[in-house]
Design a protein around this ligand. Structure first.
Ligand code: 4AD
Ligand code: MG
Length: 458
């Protein structure tokens, strides 16, 4: 259907006084004696375009004016009668594409996010979701742009895996075996399963990413990861989008620099490409959001060791639900206190106790900590998990042995340390978490099209 995007008409004065066809859904309507006014939105912009109907041209437009109806309108683009720098369309002909009954679940009032979650197929038509998903799209493109312009190879790692990267007990099984198959033991069932052994959805593309980085030097993945953790929080979904660069010849300070540059590139891009969306979020979701993002883009992030953070938490006098001690796994309440109260900006927390981190992280000379870092940001907490990888064969084998891991399953991974091992590092960024941070939207369920969470799939 030949038509012009509303965003084009609004941003390009060349359309003034031209006849055009536009399409969209009715967002508001107002009827008066001789004229009728409608606001149309086609999803290409947050703004609605006013359609002016002269009843001498189109008699009795009331049938067209129902909320949620979809239209094609032919008419002339003219300067807005009320808003400076704005245009409207004097309608000559209206074609109804789809009608919409009065019980349309999206009414003109502001609905709560909780209510909107119950109508996932329609909530995307609201201003909030229009803005969230445009930002999500711009952020995704900015991520590709960042890595593509720096010689990274975009690789696609498998989603079905036989290795349990690091998420013991947190993986979704992939199986074609059912109760009706009647196998007596799990081992028997596994043997007769599709792959002839146990398989699961991947929690991370990192291990395969390391394989690729040892060939292409710098790689990144950008795809879904799956976690069966039963954390019913505003920050966890069972299926999330994961950005995982892996960089040969990079040590911890190098990868920290890359992560900081990437976050700043994302934020600058959103500031540049989504000004009206950010204004909307600043007004309705987080006061001061734009100022926050500008400050983050233009200032250094903090860097603090885990040990120092624990000391500061203990000295803070703050009552936490979970106790703080050296060796504890920091909880969201601790992470947020560190970034929101102590640092008041994004902070890379470094050198965690090795017992609470993964087997593949580089062991520090102190024998107690690993060269890992999490990026914590105010309002959200952890958005990046990062580390230098253990490049020494013996140390890696030792860490795997301590954790009782099966060496056979990781032969490919281990062999990277045999054949020309090099220092290398990587990180994982949760796409939904960075979207929450740049929009101020507080629940992860509201930044993904169909959230999958424990006990809920629709
Ligand atoms: O810290 P994580 O578990 O690290 C890894 O998976 C590493 N293999 C990454 C790497 O070094 N290549 O996860 C990385 C990030 C987290 O910081 C968080 O932003 C996001 O992934 N994430 C989740 N996002 C939404 N829902 C969940 N359940 C998430 N789990 C992790
Ligand atoms: Mg983590």
């Amino acid at each position: 259907m030949k038509h012009i995007d509303l965003v084009e008409i609004m941003n390009d004065s060349a359309y003034l006084q031209k006849d055009v066809t536009v399409c969209g859904w009715v967002r508001t309507s107002r009827d008066s004696k001789n004229m009728a006014f409608l606001e149309l939105n086609d999803g290409t912009t947050l703004k609605h375009l006013q359609i002016v109907i002269d009843k001498n041209v189109i008699a009795d437009p009331s049938e067209y004016m129902k909320l949620g109806m979809s239209w094609a309108v032919e008419g002339t683009v003219v300067p807005s009668g009320v808003m400076a720098d704005s245009v409207e369309i004097n309608a000559k002909k209206i074609t109804v594409l789809g009608t919409c009954p009065p019980e349309y679940p999206l009414q003109k009032k502001r609905h709560t996010l909780e209510y909107l979650r119950t109508i996932p197929a329609l909530r995307v038509r609201t201003n909030t979701f229009n803005a969230v998903f445009r930002v999500r799209s711009v952020v995704s493109a900015a991520i590709h742009e960042f890595f593509q312009s720096r010689h990274y190879v975009y690789v696609h790692t498998p989603l079905i895996t036989a290795s349990d990267c690091e998420g013991a007990g947190e993986m979704f099984r992939v199986t074609t075996v059912g109760v009706e198959d009647g196998y007596k033991t799990q081992a028997e069932a596994d043997e007769n399963d599709f792959f002839g052994r146990r398989a699961a959805l991947s929690v991370s593309g990192q291990l395969e990413g390391e394989v690729a980085a040892m060939a292409f030097g710098k790689i990144y993945t950008f795809g879904p990861s799956f976690r069966a953790e039963k954390s019913n929080t505003p920050r966890h979904v069972a299926e999330f989008w994961h950005v995982e660069p892996e960089v040969a010849f990079a040590e911890l300070p190098d990868i920290i620099e890359i992560a900081e540059d990437m976050i700043k590139h994302i934020i600058r891009t959103v500031l540049e490409k989504c000004p009206s969306e950010l204004k909307f979020f600043d007004a309705h979701f987080e006061k001061g959001l734009i100022e926050k993002l500008e400050s983050v883009a233009n200032n250094d992030f903090a860097i603090m060791t885990y040990t120092e953070a624990v000391e500061k938490l203990l000295a803070s006098g703050e009552k936490f639900q979970y106790p703080v001690y050296w060796g504890c796994d920091l909880m969201t309440e601790h992470e947020r206190y560190i970034t929101e109260q102590i640092c008041k900006k994004p902070v890379f927390l470094t050198n965690y106790p090795k017992e609470i981190k993964s087997f593949y992280m580089k062991q520090n000379p102190d024998g107690k900590t690993v060269a890992a870092t999490d990026l914590l940001v105010p309002g959200v907490g952890e958005i990046i998990g990062c580390s230098e990888r253990e490049a020494d064969l013996d140390k890696l084998l030792d860490a795997m042995q301590t954790r009782g891991m099966s060496m056979d399953e990781y032969e490919d991974y281990i062999s990277l340390r045999r054949f020309g091992s090099v220092p290398h590092s990587g990180f994982g960024l949760g796409l939904e978490r960075i979207i929450m941070y740049v929009t101020g939207v507080q629940n992860i369920r509201d930044v993904i099209l169909y959230p999958r969470t424990v006990g809920s799939i629709s």
